[in-house]
Structure formats: structure tokens, C-alpha cells
Design a protein around this ligand. Sequence first.
Ligand code: SF4
Length: 291
Amino acid sequence: MAAIAKRLPANVPGDFFVDSTCIDCGTCRQIAPASFAEGRDASYVRHQPAGEAEAHRARMALVACPVAAIGTATKHVFGAARAAFPEHLEDGVHYCGYAAESSYGARSYLIVRPRGNILVDSPRYAAPLVERVAALGGVRWMFLTHRDDVADHGKFRKRFGCERILHRADLESGTREVEIMLGGEEPIALDDEALFIPVPGHTPGSTCLLYRGRFLFSGDHAWWDPRHERVHASKSVCWYDWREQTESMARLAARRFEWLLPGHGTRCRLDAERMGEELARCIERMRGESR
Ligand code: SF4
């Protein structure tokens, strides 16, 4: 529970606030950008919700926050906010909300499709979310983009019997039991809708999922930088090899897609041509940082 005594001074006066336990994961800014903004090393309430629609988004942010750093001075009813996840984005692709602290608040996604749902990275194992996922058909596969965002993967496996998929280069003690291990650097098709594309760099086994040629689930390989309105990858959070990450990005640029759906950072949708241009510009900047 967020504590008023820990309320950050940057919050505007009013009902909603962020307290000092915020880990700056950006989840609230993605869900309710009208109300939450990025501060120095934490989010804050920049604008109290105006009207019910904004208040609902702010309550969704509160529910999704991985460390319960968002609070309200008055009593709210959270049933609708809890039931709002997974939130449909487009074409069966959902955003799960309910970020997990152990994944540092990474985003996760549920792809709902007749041939078997795919959970991309692990949300927090929260009862309201698990019930909704079950109602949407459960989880047939759980794809883990890399070793950092695995959170409650074991609980989802136990509940839904899903097969977990992870590149073998990112196996660690907690993930050695995954059912399907990817290998090498060549793309591997799950079926004609879902293609795993290894992108070593951020970690040795980082892998993207390209779904229906439109949605790229990028883990921590790349994301949208809203401040500069461009695709971005960061050398400062590259844990393995920046040159490899740059070359992985160059291979990825040969693909066409519209949605960039990261673990950390902001998602975006662009037309495929613009996305290709943004990737090309990102690669140029990355190569500049490699020299
Ligand atoms: S969701 Fe919570 S932890 Fe993440 S930035 Fe917002 S307040 Fe901070």
C-alpha cells in the first residue's frame, strides 16, 4: 500500500499520488499518460484525473504498479480497473498490466488466438488477471524474451500447463526446467503466425517474437522513446554485447512490422515503412556508439 507519509513532493496536490517506493518502471506512464509523468528517478502525478475516464486509467495504473507505489487520499472502488486487464490492443494482442517487481515492472502480453494463446513474458501472478486469462482461453505457450523478465513463470506453468519457451543461452537456475529451448541465431517458427527471432546483445539469449508479420515483441532489445519520437536501444542497459545487439538490430530491420511491444519502455504503432526508417536510424546511432 502506498503511504501518504511517503508522498513525493513532485506530485500535484489532490487525490492520486506516487510515493517514494516507486522504482521508475514507467508502467503508470504507459497506462495513464494524462496523469503520470517521468520525474528525475521516479514517476509522479502531474495532473489529477479530470473526469471518470481519466480516473479509470489512473486506477488501472494503480492496480498494475509492481510495488504499490500509487495511492489515493480518498476511497475508490477498483473492480473495473482490475477487470480491465488484459487490455486488448489489436487483433487478439493484449497488454497484461499487473507488472511484477521481480521483472522490474516489465510489460507482458497475451496473444489470444484459436490455435493456442501465447503469453509473452511473465506478469505478476495476480488472481484477477489469472481469472481473466483463463476466461480468454488460458495459456498454451509462454514465451520468455530473455532471462530478466521471467517473474512468476513457474506459477503460470502450474496453473495453465503451458510450455515455456526460452533461448538456451539465457537459461539460469530458475529457468532450467523450461519445456522448449531455442538455440542458435536463425529464426525459428512456432507456426505460420509466430516467428522467434534471436537478437543477442542485451543478453546472450535475447529473442523477439514476430506475430502475424505485424507485432514485434522485443523484450529489452528495443523500444519507443516518446521524448525523441524514435526507436531506441540503450548501451547503458546492454548486459552482454553492444556490437552484437547492433548487428541483431540490423538483421531485424529486414523485417516489416507495425507494432513495437517492448518489456521495458514505451510501445508504439507506426506504419511498416516508418518503422523500417526508424529502425535504420536507430542502427546508425548504435553503430556510432560502437566506434
Ligand atoms: S508503475 Fe509504480 S513503480 Fe512503476 S513508475 Fe509508476 S509508480 Fe513507479
